[in-house]
Design a binder for this molecule. Sequence first.
Ligand code: NAD
Length: 361
Amino acid sequence: MKTKNRTLAFFDAKPYDRRSFDLANQDFGYEITYFDTKLNSATVELASGFDAACAFVNDTLDKHVVEYLAEHGTGIIALRCAGYNNVDFEAAFGKIHAVRVPAYSPYAVAEHATALILTLNRKIHKAYNRVREGNFAIHGLVGFDMHGKTAGVVGTGAIGRSLISILQGFGMKVLAYDPFPNQEYAAEKGFTYVDLPQLYKQSDIISLHCPLTPETKYMINETTISTLKDGVMLINTGRGGLIDTKALISGLKSGKIGAAGLDVYEEESDYFFEDRSTEMIADDVLARLLTFPNVLITSHQAFLTHDALKNIASTTLNNLKDYFEENRLTNEICYQCQSPCPKDKPVGEPCFKGPADHSKK
Ligand code: NAD
């Protein structure tokens, strides 16, 4: 068997990544090489010979990249994020492991979604600029009481559940949709599962917390937007591809959508996480979105708290420890379900249990 030197090629490394991983690595002692570049087919050669490749949300682990890694000595892809839509698991199956960080801080993301809601509702982004320029007028800043309004939460995993508690604290009525509803939990917490058309029809605020899959891609589109409440606020901290952005822009222009808070964008990889302040924006869709006073975009920063960074680093390095010590990989993604699989399966063995098992949280 090939000796593992415990080397890690770390892609799309930012200063805050280096700080948190260097600190956590004091307990592991892996040899980490940080690359500023994203991992994709043009850069994958950099990973040649490394035992592990560490990737983030905008790295592209398509068939070519996955096969290249497997053929050049890399045994594991360690995603330092929860989402895993950027990995071709079918290509990876039986050739290379893929692990993720399933829950590093659901609170960080849920609290950021709340920040987007509050800012858009009470127009804090506009008020901040006005007051700094000596404009103390408050016309145009009218919001609404969240108390008594209805929130629709799509996806009741770790983040969706955290947001539900927060919004209930504001006195909101919460409707939720999840293909694997946990009715017992809903009854205990006092929210109601409904089907998606009902959620779309009744919610004053809709927040998306499901993974991006072929099924959820463009779930917010021209047709579904036409069924939403007039003036609805749409929040997306999930993945950009959940929303057809051109349809969103039409909805904003017509007034159907009253406000949009976006921490993710379907074409974000060229812009998000980077400083492009000295360049023009070549993406006309993004540029148009930025012109709306009722659209608030943040650059995929919902996860970015000290607590989350610490957890991401320690879980990622623990995932690698399990791999190097040939333990069960508890955070491996099941290639067949395209989803986390709870089954204790040996390496390379398919999961026969099917997606229904994922209802067990
Ligand atoms: P999770 O796995 O705990 O929960 C996801 C939930 O979505 C599950 O309950 C699942 O059953 C449900 N789901 C699956 N398919 C669905 C569908 N078609 N419709 C509705 N619900 C569906 O994940 P999580 O930790 O709550 O994270 C949710 C998503 O948030 C991630 O997939 C990721 O894309 C995104 N995320 C974003 C950031 C950020 O910084 N913006 C950070 C972490 C996660």
